[in-house]
Design a protein around this ligand. Structure first.
Ligand code: C2E
Ligand code: CA
Ligand code: CA
Ligand code: CA
Length: 275
């Protein structure tokens, strides 16, 4: 039994070690990723459902790691969040997105994601104001995407941050709607301009009765409050057809385009032509 135990231990130890070493390597690499210019922004279009055209471009971080190739945000954003590096990386993403959008030949808004730690950062409002001032981007062309999980326990505190951001003239989107303790009450309490329905609901279409019921409810609430509704993760024409029937305003997903480097945007806009 003793030999077995040791064999098992020896079998698992290298795997665990390997995992820890990879995590550490990822973190230390992340620390220098900014200076080494390994980070990049890709952009994915939101497309109008009832009227055609690109209504917004969402900026999504990409990390071109010198050894590991493309590291997806799902791997490095959590690490950046835990280590606090998200503050610098997030500021870089916001500044870069504003600068790029200010130079686009189309007046399409740009959407930038804010992580929970960024939302809690007392310097957030000033940082957004600076990014707008330095880039010259019109505030109404900047949309900030915030997940429910980023909102604070204290509703009043969240509300005052959202109001300050709104006061800059930027637009606010509630991201990944339906994945947290979602209640439609958020929409009544907080000044969001847009709701992005999480792709897990869209994945249930075209059949899913529950998905349809949720989307129908969100659209109806959005309508009465004047909040636009975007469906995320739209991959098939069948899903799009249902979303159109349910009254969603915009769709985002691989059906239209995956996130693309800035250099590919002109041909994308040409293909999905704006009205
Ligand atoms: P998100 O904000 O929900 O972004 C949408 C994600 O869904 C993107 O993944 C996008 O590539 C993916 N996606 C788009 N269409 C489809 C589709 O049709 N099917 C499927 N299965 N997926 C689709 P990505 O780029 O890997 O980003 C993952 C997450 O990382 C984002 O989720 C966001 O939470 C975070 N993230 C990305 N960039 C930033 C950033 O600049 N700042 C912060 N704080 N977070 C970021
Ligand atoms: Ca987002
Ligand atoms: Ca989302
Ligand atoms: Ca998400």
């Amino acid at each position: 039994a003793k030999a077995d135990g040791r064999a098992t231990f020896r079998f698992f130890e290298p795997a665990l070690d390997e995992q820890i070493r990879r995590d550490q390597a990822l973190r230390s690499g992340l620390r220098t990723a900014l200076e080494r210019e390994e980070l990049d922004l890709h952009f994915q279009p939101l497309v109008g459902i009832s009227q055609p055209g690109v209504t917004c471009l969402e900026a999504l971080l990409r990390w071109r790691h010198p050894l590991r190739g493309m590291v997806p945000p799902s791997e490095f954003i959590p690490a950046a969040e835990e280590s606090g590096l998200i503050t610098r990386i997030g500021a870089w993403a916001l500044r870069t997105a504003c600068h790029e959008a200010a130079r686009w030949p189309w007046p399409i808004p740009v959407a930038v994601n804010l992580s929970p730690m960024q939302f809690r950062n007392p310097g957030l409002v000033q940082m957004v104001a600076n990014a707008l001032a330095e880039s010259g981007l019109a505030p109404e062309r900047l949309e900030l995407e915030i997940t429910e999980s980023a909102l604070l326990q204290d509703d009043q505190a969240s509300l005052s941050i959202l109001r300050e951001l709104g006061g800059l003239g930027v637009r606010l989107a509630l991201d990944d709607f339906g994945t947290g303790f979602s209640s439609l009450g958020y929409l009544l309490r907080f000044p969001f301009h847009k709701i992005k329905i999480d792709r897990s609901f869209v994945a249930g279409l075209p059949e899913g009765r529950e998905s349809k019921a949720v989307i129908r409810a969100v659209v109806s609430m959005g309508r009465s409050l004047g909040i636009a509704v975007t469906a995320e993760g739209v991959e098939t024409a069948e899903q799009l057809a249902v979303l159109r029937l349910l009254g969603c305003d915009d769709a985002q997903g691989y059906l239209f385009s995956c996130p693309l480097p800035a250099a590919s945007l002109a041909s994308l806009i040409g293909r999905l032509h704006r009205p």
